[in-house]
Design a protein around this ligand. Structure first.
Ligand code: NAP
Length: 299
């Protein structure tokens, strides 16, 4: 049976380290890292994510503020708020929760955030640095996936990885991170031919698709490691709803070397990595070197 990769436990350990580092920063320099999350509109899923981010940030000693804005806000007003946050020295990290209302161009908003405060790692400067090399702020979900993979497998060099999905927030940065680890990387998407065959060649499968249980047992090479990013709410026969990933977890358990569950796998790592990014952003804005404990954690 596959090893179950415990993202929840890993994230809990990261939270302990982050709390120690924030209290060390407070006692040594008198600075508290500050994270501002901007939520536009009343998307219920986004409200839950934002509440969780704020709660976990505060628990780790990071000052967290959430700006709730009406769905009717104009793009110009939102950009003005971002400009204020960029110039506020108590704000070290800015996160604009996506998706935004249709009238607002998300790329314009992402590009307005100071790249040094871009704790989501979505600004083109950070994306570019991830691609060409340099000190990039990494997107939280792929960073969490990579931490789990390295913890489970150690050195990833030479492994054949497939990333299913090519979104800007998960698939593409995940593929770049795996390439940086010297994996041989295949990126699959909705137009990929013979997806099952492509998958069967991989030692590592990262599924970031948003299709419940798409990846089947006969798509998997025996002994492969599976990272399931998908979060899909399905209605069961009894009428209740249940969260499932993008892979057929029960079936894959008997063929994989290791696999993340949903929930309890990648999800908790995303917020932990957001807090790591906020802490790292604070150090770099204060022009202090990263403490070794933090440096070792960020891939
Ligand atoms: P997205 O922007 O909708 O991208 C989905 C990707 O999957 C696209 O590249 C799409 O291809 C590809 N795709 C769709 N159907 C496919 C198929 N049948 N075969 C192969 N590829 C297919 O989604 P996302 O934002 O990357 O999120 C993906 C999943 O991860 C969702 O379930 C989301 O809820 C979850 N997620 C979880 C976390 C977390 O913290 N755990 C964070 C972010 C996202 P095309 O490009 O060709 O359309």
């Amino acid at each position: 049976m596959a090893k179950i990769i415990d993202g929840k436990g890993f994230a809990a350990r990261l939270h302990v380290t982050i709390s120690q580092l924030t209290s060390q920063m407070q006692s040594t320099f008198g600075i508290t890292p500050g994270l501002t999350v901007v939520l536009v509109g009343d998307n219920p899923a986004s409200q839950v994510y934002v509440r969780n981010k704020a709660r976990q940030a505060e628990a780790a000693g990071i000052h967290s503020e959430t700006r709730y804005l009406s769905a009717q806000i104009s793009q110009a007003e939102l950009l003005r708020l971002i400009d204020q946050l960029n110039r506020n020295p108590a704000v070290h990290g800015i996160l604009v929760q996506l998706p935004l209302p249709a009238a607002i161009d998300p790329q314009a908003v992402i590009e307005a955030i100071d790249p040094a405060k871009d704790v989501d790692g979505f600004h083109p400067l950070n994306v570019g640095r991830l691609s060409v090399g340099g000190n990039a702020r990494l997107p939280c979900t792929p960073m969490g996936c990579l931490l789990l993979l390295k913890d489970c497998l150690g050195d990833l060099a030479g492994q054949h990885a497939i990333v299913i999905g090519r979104s800007n927030i998960v698939g593409k940065p995940m593929a770049l991170l795996l390439l940086r680890q010297n994996c041989t990387v295949t990126i699959a998407h909705s137009q990929t031919r013979h997806l099952a065959e492509e998958c069967r060649r991989a030692d590592i499968v990262v599924a970031a698709v948003g299709r419940p249980q798409l990846v089947k047992r006969d798509w998997i090479k025996p002994g492969a490691t599976i990272i399931d990013v998908g979060m899909n709410r399905i209605v069961t026969d009894s009428g209740a709803t249940r969260l499932v990933g993008d892979v057929d977890f029960p079936a894959l358990q008997s063929i994989a070397h290791a696999i993340t569950p949903v929930p309890g796998g990648v999800g908790p790592m995303t917020i932990a990595c957001l807090l790591l990014n906020t802490l790292a952003a604070t150090y770099s804005q204060m022009n202090w070197p990263l403490p070794q404990a933090l440096n070792e954690l960020i891939p």
